[in-house]
Write a protein that binds this ligand. Structure first.
Ligand SMILES: *Cc1c(COP(=O)(O)O)cnc(C)c1O
Length: 380
């Protein structure tokens, strides 16, 4: 992956000038900074960024420029990346399971906030991490719907267990906090409300006044229909915290990945072939930047451009869309509505593809030469 020096007006201009044979993710720093400011202004607490969703250096740099001062990291490599680009930023090591070598690395790097969801992992932290000035957040889970897919399948303690862990954290002298993740692309604000109420109950039952409540990521990006109303979610979180905790309200923290970064990138792909006039073969697919489509469903913010950069406007026709590899799972779900005048050599632009795209791109079958370009805007 390389970052080119040219700054394009928008993806259409890049298409007309470059006609790129390989996929190009077009990054608009202005969009990222605007989204970051929207979170900082609207969220009633500390906004941190989940690095795993897009660890590009330009992303971290622009988030810092917009005022983001904390990062959710999950590995020594992410810790080192943020330490290098944002030396003063707070690091929240919120991958609840770690090897002892990883814990030692994080202690040496000055990590002061950790999450945990099991007694075995908590005892490792108590043994290896100096309690002074350090926070441990117990991650709990609920069987609530609302997200595109459920994160509780891997991490999170049941509320009763979380209470036991919370009491042990406090007894060991750490700042005791709670955390949860409602699941990614969560479009139902009620999910946060249910978690926040349960957090208050866990604290009360354990007899621990929690220092902070981290309400996770999961904030939706614009994939289909109208843009999600982030402010509505922020308001719901604020009100639920007020109601559930009253005077003992903890400091709130959020750790969006997708909700911060997705809309700041548009993905330019090319139609390699229109096989017998029917099926579309793209130069990128589920082993590349379109990895999430089978999990999340198709992203519907699609535009098609001719090689001259003119938008195709004919009535849409549903088409099967395959990626470039020889693997038959390399296709987008169902049929994708694409303009009826689509031709070989055209460009299909997927808007809102900044999260879980660069990060999970592979080189399977010799593909995956993903380039990152910069643009002033992503619209026309
Ligand atoms: C992945 C992850 C996030 C970010 O999730 P999004 O749905 O991208 O906002 C935040 N926190 C933790 C602990 C995660 O694992």
């Amino acid at each position: 992956m390389g970052l080119s020096k040219t700054i394009w007006t928008n993806p259409a201009e890049l298409i007309a000038h470059r006609r790129p044979a390989q996929p190009v993710l077009v990054f608009a720093p202005s969009v990222l900074q605007a989204t970051a400011r929207r979170f900082i202004r609207g969220f009633p607490g500390l906004v941190t960024y989940a690095v795993k969703s897009n660890p590009e250096e330009a992303v971290i740099d622009n988030l810092v420029a917009a005022g983001v001062r904390g990062f959710d990291v999950a590995s020594p490599a992410e810790i080192d990346l943020v330490r290098r680009l944002a030396p003063g930023a707070a690091l929240h090591y919120n991958n609840p399971v770690r090897g002892r070598d990883e814990i030692a690395h994080a202690v040496a790097a000055g990590v002061k906030s950790w999450s945990v969801d099991a007694a075995s992992e908590l005892e490792k932290l108590i043994e290896m991490v100096p309690a002074e000035g350090c926070e441990i957040s117990v991650r709990f889970k609920l069987p609530v719907a609302g997200a595109a897919y459920d994160f509780g399948a891997k991490f999170g303690a049941e509320p009763a267990r979380a209470g036991e862990l919370l009491a042990r954290v406090a007894q060991a002298g750490f700042r005791a906090s709670l955390t949860f993740h409602p699941g990614t692309q969560c479009i139902d604000p009620m999910a946060w409300e249910a978690y926040i109420r349960t957090a208050a109950e866990i604290g009360r039952a354990a007899g621990v006044e929690i220092a902070r409540l981290n309400v996770g990521g999961g904030f939706p990006s614009h994939r289909t229909g109208p843009a999600p109303a982030l402010e509505e979610i922020f308001a719901r979180i604020e009100r639920a915290s007020e109601e559930a905790f009253g005077a003992a309200r903890p400091v709130l923290v959020c750790e969006p990945g997708r909700g911060l970064v997705a809309d700041a990138f548009s993905h330019v792909t090319r139609v390699k072939a229109l096989r017998d006039g029917a099926q579309v073969f793209l130069n990128d697919g589920v082993y590349g930047a379109l990895a999430e489509m089978p999990l999340m469903g198709n992203l519907e913010r699609i535009e098609v451009y001719s090689p001259e950069g003119l938008r195709r406007m004919a009535a849409p026709v549903g088409r099967v869309v395959f990626g470039p590899t020889c693997d038959s799972v390399d296709r987008l779900p169902g049929e994708v509505p694409l303009p009826g005048d689509l031709e070989e050599g055209d460009f299909i632009v997927f808007h809102g593809l900044g999260a879980y795209s660069t990060a999970t791109n592979t080189h399977f079958n010799g593909f995956g030469q993903l380039e990152i370009a910069t643009a002033m805007t992503l619209g026309r």
